[in-house]
Design a protein around this ligand. Structure first.
Ligand SMILES: [Zn+2]
Length: 68
């Protein structure tokens, strides 16, 4: 449905896509080293929509402990 398509777009939109987690990690560290990250934790993850790899901020609800 339309809403599902929009979610799919949002997952990949504006994100760089990498063929391997190694490539994604390299790019992620470059961004961190360049000081372009203000706070937050970045991680590399496999995208289940496009099958590639992206990196992005870890959702804050996954960082905090015991928060359900
Ligand atoms: Zn993707």
């Amino acid at each position: 449905m339309a809403s599902k398509r929009r979610i799919r777009r949002r997952q990949c939109d504006g994100k760089r896509r990498f063929c391997s987690s190694r490539e994604a990690r390299k790019a992620m560290h470059a961004v961190i080293r360049a000081g372009k990250v203000n706070g937050g934790i970045l991680h590399v993850y496999r995208c289940c929509f496009c099958g590639g790899y992206h990196f992005g901020h870890v959702p804050s609800n996954r960082i905090s402990n015991g928060n359900q």
